[in-house]
Design a protein around this ligand. Structure first.
Ligand code: ADP
Ligand code: MG
Length: 344
């Protein structure tokens, strides 16, 4: 960030909006009218529209001690796009609403917007509006994302059937390890400001927390291969909680195999250092933004060669409950948090 500090008051609300949105143009044909009027106009050309919104509150959802402003802007967009992809839709536009106190300078807000714009560039999404208001102290960032999907091609949480295969993209638990590292270094720093953080060889887990990506490639791949999941959800709160959502809304049970849960080596190494079972990080840690979905067993052929996809279990009838089969072959109930006493 530059050294300058321009007070928000010197620009005024409209000046600030003009400044932050100065270089925003639109790229999607669906965006008929963007920033600058009382409302934006989108044209969906016969497709269905998907809408999702998320609010991030300073001190609750992010900590500016270790979250750079640009990363915060980037992540705020990505978590919303992740929700759109989880519907099997393609995000096209966002609105950005911010509440700010005079603790933040114009330059600081511009850093947040640099991250927001970078994410929009990368995911080909238009910024079509927002709102700017003041807060007494903290920063609040609320983003609403719009997406489009061909008629009846959206995928909900409720379509899983017994025997469907339970699949996940990428790997799990890394972002949580990144968070634990940052929290540990923050504590060390607060106790002794001479100490500089030590993050050697932990770039993967840190990046997974600080700069997550949404699963655009996965959705594009599914569309290319005509793979239509029966149910889908993005993993924001940890695998176990998301599995329970699918089971509840689909009225099924499930069997999940611990040994099949994909975990990155760096996650395993860090989990061991923190004395946590790597599986616990995957099950109960959050913010991975991978996709969890079910497919019909007849679609197994389509995915079996894909290394970035893991089949981690299958759905059952509801009476069979929601079970984790451990590496030691024990059968444990999956609960949202409840089994983190369990260690390997
Ligand atoms: P109104 O008073 O009609 O709500 P505003 O003055 O709040 O209008 O906003 C003017 C235009 O700027 C609108 O198009 C609005 O969507 C957009 N806008 C306002 N704040 C932001 C922001 N933080 N980021 C992006 N666009 C914004
Ligand atoms: Mg307004």
């Amino acid at each position: 960030m530059s050294e300058e500090r321009t007070e928000i008051g010197s620009l005024g609300e409209f000046g600030l909006i003009d400044f932050l949105t100065r270089d925003i143009d639109t790229k999607n044909v669906s965006t008929l009218l963007g920033i600058g009027d009382d409302a934006a106009i989108v044209e969906t050309f016969g497709k269905q529209t998907v809408v999702s919104t998320d609010m991030l509150v300073e001190g609750v959802h992010f900590d500016l001690m270790y979250m750079p402003l640009k990363h915060l802007g980037y992540k705020a967009v990505v978590v919303n796009l992740s929700d759109i992809y989880a519907m099997n839709a393609t995000p096209t536009a966002i609105t950005v609403s911010i509440a700010i106190s005079n603790r933040f300078s114009v330059e600081a807000l511009d850093e947040i917007y640099a991250g927001i714009k970078l994410a929009c560039e990368r995911y080909q999404v238009d910024i079509i509006g927002g709102d700017t208001t003041s807060s007494l102290k903290g920063l609040i960032l609320s983003i609403t994302a719009l997406g489009e999907v061909d008629e009846r091609k959206f995928v909900t949480r409720s379509g899983a059937q017994p025997n469907d295969l339970l699949c996940v993209t990428g790997n799990l638990g890394a972002a949580y390890m990144g968070l634990l590292l940052l929290e540990r270094e923050k504590k060390v720093f607060l106790e002794n400001q001479q100490v500089t953080p030590s993050f050697d060889n932990q770039t993967y887990v840190l990046q997974r927390f600080m700069k997550p990506e949404a699963q655009r490639r996965a959705i594009e791949w599914m569309q290319e291969h005509q793979l239509m999941p029966t149910s889908m959800i993005d993993i924001s709160d940890g695998l176990s909680s998301e599995i329970l959502h699918l089971c509840k809304q689909s009225e099924t049970g499930c069997v999940l195999y611990e040994e099949k849960i994909p975990i990155h080596d760096e996650t395993t190494e860090n989990a061991r250092k923190f004395n946590i079972a790597p599986t616990t990080a995957a099950l109960n840690g959050g913010e991975d933004y991978e996709l969890l979905f079910t497919i019909s067993p007849t679609d197994f052929e389509k995915i079996k060669e894909e290394e970035w996809l893991s089949v981690i279990g299958y759905m059952t009838s509801p009476e069979e409950g929601k079970k984790l089969i451990t590496q030691g072959d024990k059968r444990i109930d999956i609960t949202a948090q409840g089994w983190n006493h369990y260690t390997l």
